[in-house]
Design a binder for this molecule. Structure first.
Ligand code: UDP
Length: 415
């Protein structure tokens, strides 16, 4: 019932020229005493979203340094995912809690998965709230239990957190993106670690792409690569504010009539809310031929995202709420000037005025975009600083090191 996920093989050595020898050596030193440890990542899905994105790189690298790492996806049907979607929203502050029936559904699926889970693991890393109750149901199946939170649970619906928290308290360690996301009640004495996620610089979405290749890809979508391009890559979701991006583009367009805008967003075929909001975004664009609204149903995959990010004159992530924002690290890694909403995990990745700009309104976003378009040298300097910041803090080897430290921490071997 639990599905093992097949991942490619990757080698830490290939990252040395990007992250530097000292980090690679530190990782090897931390990994040596952990050789052969059986590590299982348990998550709700293998497709879409940041968790899957991260595990496709982290699991192969854990294997490469000597761990027996696996990734299993829990079993769930629509009723389970309806409940966990409500739970996800409630944990991020939505006033609607789950009904008693929905809580019962969540528990029932956790029980089914707990029963099916194999035993004999040294480290079980449970991702997000969907499978969080498994630990209490079968604690004997792993020596150490770690909970990885990928969402902002700093201001949860108290009723929802009240049901979840007792399960979280029993994990030996937990990981949160930033300090502010740790839920009240878990702050101290529960092995809380602040560990932001990371991107894979060698994945097809982030690997170095030549200018000519990026031009070739973007032209296929009708982009005039001789004219300026503003681009945002993100799901069609109100919190990502694509409508605000269109409004900002319109202000820029008054001064720079040649500017184009690309909104690139992935869609899930089974997410009606996503399609509704996509349609609202298309309506807001009102047929402007210089606005390109593209999604994975137009064949926009990793290479295309890479090409748009590598070519754009201004990259935007104008979110009004953001957990971490992997798209931010991905954008900065392309070395292009970046403008982001001053929310959630974005300020962690961008220092205003140094490695990009942080904005809180449509007008500010437009003004910064014009400033960058008017001064290409400024854009290059911001881009260089942004890329360097990501190199130092947000690439997968650093993330791997942090996990290894936590394994030592829970095993009591220190580091
Ligand atoms: N993504 C993608 N294609 C798209 C839009 C998004 O591959 O058209 C990816 C994006 O590159 C990133 C992930 O989906 O790796 C989204 O993670 P993020 O943390 O930015 O936001 P979330 O969608 O999890 O809120």
């Amino acid at each position: 019932m639990l599905q093992p996920v097949a991942v490619a093989s990757k080698s830490l050595a290939d990252y040395t020229h990007i992250v530097g020898r000292p980090l690679v050596e530190e990782i090897r030193e931390l990994a040596a005493p952990l050789e052969g440890r059986k590590v299982l990542h348990l998550s709700a899905t293998a497709f879409g979203g940041g968790v899957a994105e991260i595990l496709y790189t982290l699991v192969p690298l854990m294997r490469d340094v000597g761990l027996q790492a696996e990734w299993h996806v829990i079993y769930g049907r629509e009723e389970f995912f309806n409940s966990t979607k409500l739970m996800h929203n409630a944990l991020q502050g939505n006033p609607q809690d789950l009904s008693p029936e929905e809580w019962a559904t969540w528990r029932r699926y956790n029980e089914m998965n707990a029963r099916e889970l194999s035993r004999g693991w040294d480290h079980m890393i449970v991702h997000d709230p969907q499978p969080a109750a498994v630990r209490d149901l079968v604690p004997e199946k792993a020596a150490h239990w770690i909970w990885r939170c990928h969402i902002d649970v700093s201001t949860p619906n108290p009723a929802t957190m009240g049901q979840l928290l007792p399960h979280l308290l029993n994990y030996e360690a937990s990981l949160f993106h930033v300090k502010q996301y740790v839920p009240p009640g878990l702050e101290s004495g529960h092995g809380v670690n602040i560990v932001p996620p990371a991107i894979d610089p060698l994945a097809s979405k982030n690997m170095a792409l030549s200018h000519d290749d990026a031009v070739y890809v973007c032209r296929q979508f009708g982009i005039d690569t001789d004219r300026p391009l503003i681009c945002q890559v993100s799901r069609f979701d109100p919190w990502k504010d694509p409508l605000g991006v269109i409004d900002a583009y319109r202000i820029v367009k008054e001064q720079r009539p040649d500017v184009q805008l690309a909104l690139v967003g992935s869609m899930a075929s089974d997410d009606p809310e996503g399609w509704d909001f996509y349609n609202s975004t298309v309506a807001h664009a009102a047929g402007d031929p210089d606005i390109y609204i593209l999604n994975n149903f137009n064949n926009v995959g990793a290479i295309e995202v890479n090409a748009f990010q590598s070519l754009a004159d201004v990259l935007v992530q104008k979110s009004t709420r953001e957990g971490f924002g992997l798209t931010v690290a991905e954008a900065l890694w392309k070395g292009r000037p970046f403008i982001g909403g001053d929310v959630g995990g974005i300020p962690l990745q961008v220092t205003d005025g140094e490695s990009g700009y942080l904005v809180s309104s449509v007008e500010e976003c437009a003004q910064r975009a014009m400033q960058i378009l008017d001064d290409p040298e400024l854009g290059r300097a911001l881009g260089r600083a942004g890329k360097e910041h990501v190199r130092r803090h947000f690439l997968t080897p650093r993330y791997l090191r942090d996990y290894l430290k936590i394994f030592h921490q829970v095993e009591g071997t220190g580091c």
